[in-house]
Design a binder for this molecule. Structure first.
Ligand code: NAP
Ligand code: MG
Length: 475
């Protein structure tokens, strides 16, 4: 039975969106030299604001400001840097509702997720790395910061990816120039205001908005000591090429094609919830999304019918409605990619299923979709879809599950559902993935390192390991 709910929209009045935004350089908002661009609400296609484009010359100004600030910031005792980070974390908590509404407006993700997942994790990241700032000597990676970090992030978790980048960099004594994604710049710009509110010394954090060219200017700037990138494997390759032969330290967090593996002894109802979280959380715009379901043949039928029943209860629509489970696809371009790959799935012979689901007329939407009869060679089984689309494959033995799960150029994450701890350990030791979740999926915590194998990138973010990327190696 499908329940009807009265609309329960979160108020957008809690956030003041300015008609236009400049770049945040040296503690102030300044004009950009490029042609400004518009950022839209993907759920309505309404323009939210006009945002400045940073040219190479603007990026240079930002790097110079960061370089100057590095002298001051890196000379502060860790305990003093910690005070700023704690202050930022507390302001994020105080302004969480405003940030969550802005994130949902600019990105299209359900308010339930921005409010209950993204924002608590953003604050937790700043609290966690604030705690490390005066304890670096115990982390085992030295205590010397690198200098200026150039950081480029994607649109799927705009503020959370900013937190993953900025919190450890600052805790270690680096200063940063960060470029948010073109479609989701607004929470980064609100974060810039929070830096002002926290009295962070000017130049410690600089935010330069723009498209790929601005990102390339950040990465390619000769006075940047560290490059941190999260995004597609394709752009990751370009960046690896751009920094090859320089002394820049690099971390790359790239794409994924995770297997979510369900054994016949698993608690099926829990596994169904984990599959839903794995691929339909954030419309599947998750690098570690469980986009390949590997289910043991003996329970495949039972599991699929439960899954379909559960998917029929998901509510798709207004991201600001507190009842919404599935929000909007972030952009027309991403929607086109999801459609193209889904059509390829059908053309290659897989069966496509979606629950009855009315899509709003305006905005960018894609219904939750399940492909069965998928084989390893299908594009939907190999390529990252980055949308609410699940490919289902079956297996008979644990060895076959491992073989299929690892048969991908990626290696970011995996999920295993079984009652037996011995089988869980056996699987975890064989899966080539940076994170293996045990009877759960898409669980994040700032204390836990995250990162990939193979084409999913290198370096780890989060936890003690996350400090290594921002400190000089001990020689
Ligand atoms: P993307 O196209 O690679 O863009 C990522 C960022 O790089 C954006 O800010 C983008 O700017 C910028 N950029 C584009 N071309 C550039 C260039 N030549 N040099 C420097 N920067 C450049 O990725 P996306 O489509 O936004 O994000 C989705 C991808 O991110 C997926 O593959 C996903 O798996 C991956 N991801 C990985 C992780 C992880 O931790 N491993 C986490 C989240 C997402 P514009 O926005 O203006 O194009
Ligand atoms: Mg937008």
């Amino acid at each position: 039975m499908i329940f009807e709910y009265a609309p329960a929209p979160e108020s957008r009045e809690v956030v003041d969106i300015r008609p236009s935004y400049g770049l945040f350089i040296n503690g102030e908002f300044v004009d950009g030299s490029g042609t400004p661009f518009k950022t839209v609400n993907p759920a309505s296609e309404e323009t939210l604001a006009e945002v400045a484009t940073a040219t190479e010359a603007d990026v240079d100004r930002a790097v110079q400001a960061a370089r100057k600030a590095f002298g001051v910031w890196s000379a502060l005792p860790g305990s003093e840097r910690a005070k700023y980070l704690f202050r930022i974390a507390r302001i994020i908590q105080e302004r969480a509702r405003e940030l969550a509404v802005l994130e949902s407006l600019d990105n299209g993700k359900p308010i339930k997720e921005s409010r209950d997942v993204d924002l608590p994790l953003v604050a937790a990241h700043f609290f966690y790395y604030a705690g490390w700032a005066d304890k670096l000597q115990y982390a085992g990676y030295g205590t010397t910061p690198l200098g200026v970090a150039g950081q480029v992030i994607p649109w799927n978790f705009p503020l959370l990816m900013l937190a993953w980048k900025i919190a450890p960099a600052l805790a270690c004594g680096n200063t940063v120039v960060l470029k948010p994604a073109e479609t989701t710049p607004l929470t980064a710009l609100l974060f810039a205001e929070i830096c002002q509110q926290a009295d962070l010394p000017p130049g410690v954090v600089n935010i330069v908005t723009g498209a790929g060219d601005t990102g390339a200017a950040v990465v390619g700037h000769p006075d940047v000591d560290k490059v941190a990138f999260t995004g597609s494997t394709e752009v990751g390759r370009l960046i690896a090429r751009a920094v090859a032969g320089t002394t820049k330290k690099v971390t790359l967090e790239l794409g994924g094609k995770a297997a979510n593996i369900v054994f016949d002894d698993a608690a099926i109802d829990q596994a169904v919830e984990g599959i839903v979280t794995g691929i339909f959380f954030n419309q599947g715009h998750v690098c570690c999304a469980g986009s390949r379901l590997l289910v043991q043949e003996s329970v495949a039928e039972e599991l699929l019918s439960s899954l379909k029943r559960r998917l029929s209860t998901l509510r798709l629509g207004d991201p600001l409605d507190k009842n919404t489970d599935i929000g909007a696809i972030n952009s027309a371009a991403q929607l086109a990619k999801i459609r193209e790959l889904s059509e390829a799935g059908e053309a290659e012979g897989a069966s496509r299923w979606s629950p009855a689901c009315a899509l709003p007329e305006k905005g960018f939407w894609f219904p939750p979709t399940v492909f069965t009869g998928v084989s390893q060679s299908h594009r939907i089984a190999r390529e990252e879809i980055f949308g609410p689309v699940l490919s289902v494959l079956t297996f008979r033995t644990p060895a076959e599950a491992v073989e299929k799960a690892n048969n991908t150029p990626y290696g970011l994450s995996a999920g295993v559902w079984t009652e037996k701890a011995s089988r869980m350990l056996w699987m975890a030791n064989r899966l080539r993935a940076g994170v293996v979740w045990s009877n759960t999926f898409n669980k994040f915590d700032p204390t836990s390192p995250f990162g990939g194998y193979k084409e999913s990138g290198y370096g780890r973010e989060g936890g003690r390991h996350g400090l290594e990327a921002y400190l000089k190696e001990i020689s």
